[in-house]
Design a protein around this ligand. Structure first.
Ligand code: ADP
Ligand code: ASP
Ligand code: MG
Length: 610
């Protein structure tokens, strides 16, 4: 019998009428002969109100009690939903996360799912009931109630769809699909028909609040198609599916996102030797803080600067950890900026289309937006800007890529279907092979490979003026020289007033890129070329939210005595640049650390084209 999971977000269950309307959707699917699981969030702004209440009692509510409190919001919703469905004449039963055995780790307020026992749900489904499950919550091995992080009901829904083998997971919300960017910020945003897991994963983790990014990790790992659609209408929404099913012709950029509430932390005067970056990020990883935009400057006089961004809410804790780590590694200090925003463009098309960085930087320059930091991955470019310019920056980037224009769709006949899991589920049976690394748990990371690209060179512009328009000019010149740029990294202005912009390019193009850049800048003496570099990559799913991957990677390189020259991260890869000499030793060290076969990558694989 077909099985569907339907998830209703907070606004979709805000009052009695909306709960009844949601109930009717579930009943309709039931009458169509499907087994139905309904996952619900807390009503309206309940979660925010509960957080506010806790803050009235104490500035720092203990995380365990916070989870005890927040989980009540969803418990109210499941009971009301079950009543609504029963009142409409269909048998239904509600469960909390604990009751159906959603077992998580013990990281309160950001717990990860370890296991879900399916017997009780399956029994109720087989009895013909609609099963209502409280989203966002679970229980740890000591029966403490946990929550999965804000927006986590999406993750409950997709996780249930994954373990129960549902044909699809429907996410009902207050927009009718995934848009090219948040329609509340950019009115011209356009609904996307289909988007790949990787693009959605990036967009979600870069600020597109429509989906909890961890839900997309599940969907990709277990091959679950997701349909994001309106609670208040019946039209088709957006399908989030495998890359093969998502492909739409011609576009370099699929969507853009704004993370408004970001904070930047910079560790100053970091000694430039192996192991230092590892020591820093190990500490941060241990605190379960998700880090983005890691940028390390080219070292001068044996010291460098490492900047990274975290969610604004994690700043206070991050500073405590970073200051501690800075003392430990002999760095000179820690600075931060609490009022920055991150603007990103995402698209699988960036692997083949050139000129994306140039277009983005020129648009920002023309709008007078200063770029403070830049990082890229093969399918995204992110810039850090002053928070006050964030929304304008998003709008101008959206316009520059004409994201409001409909895209050519080459597969009108598309029908979603479940794909075989990317890796076998550990829940598939006692003999099923565990996920890579033998870690086993449902939400543990899946690392699928380690790679070495020996064809890289680095070109660095020193003394980059800290003003709008500069990056656009440089990238125009490099593009005109016909050079494909892979990684782009720019750190914030250093204590000595210096901003540095590094790019990596194929070795054969290094001099051409340097000449083009020199011609475009005011001070051509300040271009540094390092022709013999290598890129080491760890490839997988959900790498950024699993702080452990980068930490393990940096640790393995440190142990092998290999210095890290540059870092860039995405949800599907962590890349580091090293000298060419130790590249092969680095690859072997990573192979051992992740217990995976290694491979020499063709030049440019896993790269953006620019
Ligand atoms: P729910 O309570 O149903 O989970 P959310 O508030 O979490 O709903 O997510 C829906 C909201 O996400 C929308 O109202 C919209 O403002 C916001 N959003 C941000 N980025 C996007 C995007 N790219 N596409 C659609 N909605 C987006
Ligand atoms: N109620 C929780 C929140 O507001 C979970 C969710 O809505 O997904 O974050
Ligand atoms: Mg949500």
């Amino acid at each position: 019998m077909p099985l569907v999971v339907q998830k209703f977000g907070g606004t979709s269950v805000a009052d009695a009428d909306k709960i009844l309307a949601a109930a009717r959707k579930a009943i309709r699917a039931h009458r169509e002969g499907k087994q139905v699981i309904v996952v619900v969030s807390a009503r309206g702004h309940t979660t925010d109100e509960l957080i506010g209440l806790a803050k009235e009692i104490t500035e720092r509510p203990p995380a365990r009690e916070m989870d005890m409190l927040l989980a009540t919001g969803e418990q109210v919703s499941v009971a009301l939903m079950a009543m609504a469905i029963q009142a409409l004449g269909v048998p239904a039963i509600s469960f909390t996360g604990a009751q159906i055995g959603i077992v998580t780790d013990s990281f309160h307020t950001k717990a990860r799912i370890r296991n879900i026992s399916t017997e009780r749900i399956q029994q109720a489904l087989d009895d013909g009931q609609i099963v209502i499950v409280a989203g966002f919550q679970g229980v740890d091995e000591h029966y403490n109630i946990t929550t999965l992080g804000r927006g986590g009901s999406d993750t409950t829904a997709v996780a249930l769809a994954a373990v129960l083998g549902a044909d699809a997971c429907e996410i009902y919300t207050d927009v009718d699909g995934v848009y090219t960017t948040d329609p509340r910020v950019v009115a011209e945003a356009r609904k996307i028909d289909r988007i790949s897991y990787d693009e959605m994963l990036e967009l979600a983790s870069l600020g597109a609040g429509v989906m909890h990014s961890r839900s997309i990790e599940f969907a990709k790992k277990f091959g679950v198609p997701i349909h994001v659609r309106s609670s208040f209408a019946d039209a088709t929404g957006t399908w989030i599916v495998a890359e093969e099913d998502a492909r739409v012709l011609g576009a370099s950029v699929t969507g853009a996102a704004l993370a408004k509430d970001e904070a930047r932390v910079t560790v100053l005067g970091v000694p430039d030797r192996p192991g230092v970056v590892h020591a820093l990020f190990r500490r941060i990883g241990e605190a379960n803080i998700v880090v983005d935009m890691i940028v390390q400057n080219v070292a001068t006089h044996g010291r460098t600067e490492v900047s990274f961004t975290v969610a604004g809410g994690d700043l206070a804790e991050t500073l405590i950890v970073a200051e501690h780590a800075a003392r430990e590694i002999g760095a000179e200090g820690v600075t931060h900026d609490a009022s920055v925003a991150k603007v990103s463009v995402v698209g699988l098309g960036m692997r083949v289309h050139t000129g994306v960085a140039q277009a983005m930087f020129e648009a920002l320059g023309a709008a007078g937006v200063n770029i403070q930091m830049i990082t890229t991955s093969e399918i995204k470019i992110s810039v850090l800007v002053d928070r006050a310019s964030g929304a304008d920056a998003l709008r101008c980037v959206h316009q520059a890529f004409e994201l409001e224009r409909p895209r050519l769709d080459d597969r009108r006949d598309f029908a979603p279907h479940r794909r075989p899991p990317a890796e076998r589920s550990p829940l598939a049976g006692p003999d099923a092979p565990p996920l890579a690394n033998g870690l086993g748990g449902m939400e543990d990371l899946v690392v699928s490979g380690v790679e070495l690209d020996e064809e890289q060179a680095r070109v660095t512009l020193l003394n980059v003026p800290d003003r709008p328009g500069y990056a656009g000019k440089v990238f125009r010149a490099i593009a005109q020289a016909g050079v494909n740029v892979d990684m782009i990294v720019q750190n914030v202005r250093s204590a000595s007033g210096d901003t540095r912009l590094s790019i990596t390019v194929p070795r054969a193009d290094a001099l051409r890129a340097a000449e083009a850049a020199s011609a475009a800048v005011d001070d051509p003496g300040h271009v540094l070329v390092e022709p013999n570099m290598a890129k080491l990559s760890v490839v997988g799913i959900g790498m950024r939210t699993h702080t452990g991957v980068a930490t393990r990677m940096f640790g393995a390189l440190a142990e092998a005595g290999i210095n890290i020259a540059l870092i860039n991260t995405s949800e599907v890869r962590v890349n580091v640049l090293t000298d060419l000499g130790p590249g092969k030793a680095g690859l072997a060290a990573l192979g051992r650390a992740f217990d995976l076969p290694t491979r020499l990558a063709a030049s440019g694989s896993g790269s953006r084209a620019e």
